[in-house]
Design a protein around this ligand. Structure first.
Ligand code: FPP
Length: 262
């Protein structure tokens, strides 16, 4: 019997799943809340950090899978504003992992046409981390197959506040009039400026929350939750999520009849 991609989260054959994806209806932008590294490690009696380092393979698989099916933007929630409150040893280890991953994956990013980008308060990252990011961003700047955005020291409320302050200042100083303030201006003042909104948001580990991620941008996104822990997330799971997305009817507030007659 064929596995149901909605209810069956066991990995089916990667090739078989990929073949069922309609290339004309692939989301342009997929956002992912990578969750469950700590639980994955603890389940095997390992330190939480082992979960984070095993999560790197899932990042690579997700990126390759997204590139294979023609996704243009992949945005990963790698470190939230709230994550700064974790034990210092875990924060330091995550920053080190980010740097070592950037160094080891740089060649692969270039071979696969990946342009690296970040969103978030990256000024608050340690200097070594900032310079590794800057280098990787510069060295991948000409790639145009897919944009990989890492959300680092990011939270949606942080970026919304920043946007409100920046618009407020321009109104106060006369650079903007009230009638200039609309959705387009808000889009332009968020850190995702220039990117399409994600059509699909994936969260792993069974939690069903948005956790302060891209709150403005996911207004119409399809949400896909899986119990799979992030270090176990493979290409097959991304393909399952996209297949499920393609089975849903996206109505944007209209009726089904309006959509069929449009
Ligand atoms: C959530 O799991 C995961 C993170 C806070 C960090 C994600 C980082 C990686 C996947 C490592 C490498 C990433 C890059 C981009 C190089 P959790 O620790 O909240 O897990 P838990 O909910 O089970 O405790």
């Amino acid at each position: 019997m064929e596995a149901d991609p909605v209810t069956d989260h066991r990995p089916a054959s990667e090739l078989e799943l990929r073949a069922r994806i309609d290339p004309a209806r692939v989301p342009r932008h997929i956002a992912v809340i990578m969750d469950g590294n700590g639980r994955w490690a603890q389940k095997q009696g390992e330190h939480r950090l082992v979960g984070h380092s095993n999560g790197v393979r899932s990042v690579r698989e997700t990126l390759v899978a997204a590139t294979e099916i023609g996704v243009e933007y992949l945005t990963l929630y790698a470190f939230s504003t709230e994550n700064w409150s974790r034990p210092k040893a875990e924060v330091d280890a995550l920053m080190d992992l980010l740097v070592s991953t950037l160094v080891s994956e740089l060649e692969g990013l270039n071979e696969n046409g990946v342009r690296l980008h970040t969103i978030g308060d990256t000024d608050s990252l340690p200097p070594g981390c900032r310079s590794a990011l800057l280098q990787a961003i510069q060295r991948t700047a000409k790639n145009d197959r897919i944009t990989l955005t890492l959300a680092l020291s990011y939270s949606a409320r942080w970026e919304i506040l920043r946007m409100v302050r920046s618009i407020g200042q321009d109104l106060r100083d006369g650079r903007l009039e009230m009638h200039d303030v609309g959705e387009k201006l808000v889009d332009e003042r968020l850190s995702t400026q220039g990117m399409p909104d994600p059509e699909l948001l994936i969260r792993t580990s069974g939690e069903q929350r948005i956790s302060n991620f891209l709150l403005w941008q996911v207004a119409y996104a399809e949400l896909w939750f899986t119990p799979v822990l992030w270090p176990d997330f493979r290409k097959e799971h991304l393909f399952q999520a996209v297949l499920d997305y393609q089975r849903r009817e996206r109505r944007f507030g209209l009726t089904s009849d309006q959509l069929t007659t449009a």
